[in-house]
Write a protein that binds this ligand. Sequence first.
Ligand code: GUN
Length: 304
Amino acid sequence: MSARIIDGKAIAAEIRREIRLDVSAMAAQTGAVPCLAAILVGNDPASATYVQNKARACKEVGITSARIDLPTDLPEASLLQEIARLNSDPSVHAILVQLPLPPHISERRVLEAILPEKDVDGFHPVNLGGLLVGAPLFVASTPLGILELLNRSNVGIEGKHAVVVGWSVVVGKPTAFLLLQHHATVTICHIKTQDLALHTRQADILVVAAGKPGLVTGSMVKAGAVVIDVGVNRLTDGRVVGDVDFPGVAEKASLITPVPGGVGPMTVAMLLRNTVDACRRSCDAGRPPGTMPAASGTNRIAQS
Ligand code: GUN
């Protein structure tokens, strides 16, 4: 079997077009323009590029973005103060703090300082906990992007065995709970899992987010599986590869995401979607009860 490629770049472009229409319709109806504030602490080049890409994507769809650059040696208290200022600014609908942060700053304390209703990264414990009960305000962009890739590729989730390799708070755990919410039977594998291949071979849907180039090879995948590769690994020769041995796995899978051009572009698209939802929710909060329009974002996840 030779897998069909899931073109994340094309799907993300389609979603951005939908968001652009949404933003202009909302502006026409309510006058509101979504605004995302992105905080970058320090001068890590990769983080700076990510923030720059997010700002460019915002501009493309009509979302206002404000970038706040802060020095590496900034005391944690000053960062918390900056977040408090953005929390109380009604013109800012969405806040993200680019990770990682310098080691002297507690990521947990910083993420907990962002108001859950402005936490478009979905990293606040209220939003992570909301995922467990099926009602988060925001789900992290990468898991949302994975679900959207499956939906738009007509991959049914209900009743399937989904195996998630990687248990990070940013990708692995929220992806597993989203898949569970959509009635998959879910296995989570992690660094201590014994006989990884025993589990991956059972997957109808295999999501790999371990940060290890070439971790999953063709012999570890069931014929016809759908394989989503979340890894982004830069090799010493400059090539960027995923966690999946693409040529070997593509021989066995029915559908597979490439790296680059698979999950990556979806992450930014879903961040934009979350930002529009944050703005819409803040507009709706000002309406009299019973006059709220139906939510249109992707955060309405299936209830069991
Ligand atoms: N660093 C790597 N990925 C992410 C992300 O999705 N959001 C934020 N804020 N920082 C990151």
